[in-house]
Design a protein. Structure first.
Length: 433
């Protein structure tokens, strides 16, 4: 593979390209570099940057110099796959690295790295020449050289012959749905910490099983966004699901706010029973509790539950039975907490939901790691009427931020909100890579 690097500072790359595996790949002839300064394409004593049009922004690289450099390198080495760098570019991930490796092989085995400095390049250059613009993260550096080296470190590992063992590259974090497992070496005990005995047992099946368990556990707990965005097989889905702490939900018809501003009770609606039960089952919640303290409401709801849980409903619609069999009626919120405690051995972390912003315990839909770090079951609390009473809100460990659109209208039905909340917190969100 031939790699042309166009930069303002070639000296930054010189030690980098001579060191370790990259240096060895050059000596072996697996890759060759053509490192060139943009100054080679500007007339003597002329600047390669100029003031940006408009006010405010600083100096920008001039298009005719960058353009001449790119075209010259393509004349020498043939058509290239050209990569530019910008914080606004496509986020660099392991799948993107793989895609680049494939595309460079198709493009004449010639990769061109075009690295900018100052406030960047004249925009026309990127529009005309870039095959891909890469960002290494949501932060702004002083230039594209460190991003270029990051890209080269990742990309060259994927080129056959650069890394000694192909399997070192194959079984790695972000190559599949789960991250890499932990590794250990001698001494067996260091500072009182022992290498897990299974790794020293010589039992390959047990070691593989331990590694797999560790990898899945770490991914679900610390990289949930990654695993949920992966196209999982049925087996991987099951393995990940087993590591998600148990979740429950409760729909409160008591201890809720009424339109007159008082705390009171609301009526149960049949649609909420069915639809939230179906959502809860879809997202793997263990139970859906309905709380009402009213006797007549309890009787009506119990009749409906009996139909689906033990009556003719089982035959009538198996899927509906499957969802509604996990619904339980309780008189108070405390009874719900008790029921969960009995089943799980510990009281749940309470996640209140609200259509209002501004709670001190507010968390976002990206905070699973924080909530799951308690190693306890999780209970979503859904309100009816005008929302949960202050007493219930005070009992919450966290309050999920409201589900909102880009409008000032926020009057979702609780069954719709429940579906959205479960999906945002626990749902698969496959992302094309
Ligand atoms: C000071 S930055 C310009 C940032 C630009 N004004 C913006 O806010 O998008 C100069 C150059 O550094 C490189 N750069 C800075 N941060 C980067 C990042 N996170 N990923 C990739 N390249 C980056 C880009 O080549 C960029 O053109």
């Amino acid at each position: 593979m031939n790699i042309s690097i166009l930069t303002v500072f070639p000296e930054l790359y010189e030690p980098f390209l001579k060191t370790s595996l990259i240096g060895r790949a050059v000596l072996q002839g697996t890759v060759s570099f053509d490192l060139t300064s943009f100054f080679s394409y500007s007339p003597p004593k002329q600047r390669i940057d100029a003031r940006a049009f408009g006010h405010g922004a600083g100096m920008v690289m001039r298009p005719e110099i960058v353009g001449a450099a790119i075209e010259d390198k393509e004349k020498v080495h043939g058509k290239a796959f050209k990569i530019f760098f910008s914080p606004q570019g496509r986020k660099l991930t392991q799948p993107v690295l793989k895609e680049i490796a494939d595309r460079v092989l198709q493009a004449n085995n010639h990769l061109m790295i075009v690295s900018s400095r100052y406030e960047g390049m004249d925009d026309r250059i990127e529009q005309n020449y870039a095959d891909l613009t890469i960002s290494i993260g949501d932060f702004v550096l002083m230039g594209g050289d460190v991003p270029a080296m990051v890209l080269l470190e990742g990309l060259l590992r994927l080129i056959p012959g650069v890394v000694g063992k192909a399997e070192s590259v194959e079984y790695e974090s972000f190559n599949g749905p789960f991250v890499d497992f932990p590794t250990y070496t001698t001494p067996v005990i260091w500072n009182g910490w022992e290498v897990p005995p299974v790794l020293r047992s010589g039992n390959h099946a047990a070691i593989n099983k331990w590694r797999e368990d560790q990898a899945i556990e770490k991914t679900v707990k610390h990289h949930f966004e990654w695993v949920r965005s992966y196209a999982l097989s049925a087996q991987q889905k099951k393995q990940a699901a087993e590591r998600i702490p148990p979740h429950y939900c409760v729909l409160m018809h008591s201890n809720v706010m009424l339109p007159n501003g008082e705390v009171g009770t609301t009526s149960v609606t049949s649609m909420d029973i069915h639809d939230i039960a179906r959502s809860a089952r879809t997202y793997g919640l263990k139970n859906y509790f309905i709380v009402t303290e009213l006797e007549d409401q309890t009787r009506v709801v119990q009749t409906l539950l009996d139909f689906w849980q033990t009556g003719y409903g089982i035959e009538y619609n198996k899927n509906r039975h499957e969802a509604v069999k996990r619904v339980s009626l309780k008189k108070t919120f405390d009874e719900v907490v008790e029921a969960i405690k009995e089943r799980e051995g510990v009281a749940p972390i309470v996640l209140a939901t609200s259509a209002k912003t501004g709670s001190a315990q507010s968390i976002t839909y990206f905070d699973q790691e924080r909530v799951w770090s308690h190693k306890k079951p999780v209970l979503f609390v859904l309100g009816t009427g005008k929302g949960l009473s202050p007493e219930l809100m005070n009992r919450a460990d966290y309050v999920l931020e409201p589900v909102e659109g880009f409008t000032d209208f926020n009057h979702l039905s609780v069954r719709t909100a429940a579906g959205v909340i479960f999906d945002r917190w626990l749902g698969l969100q496959h992302k094309a890579r």
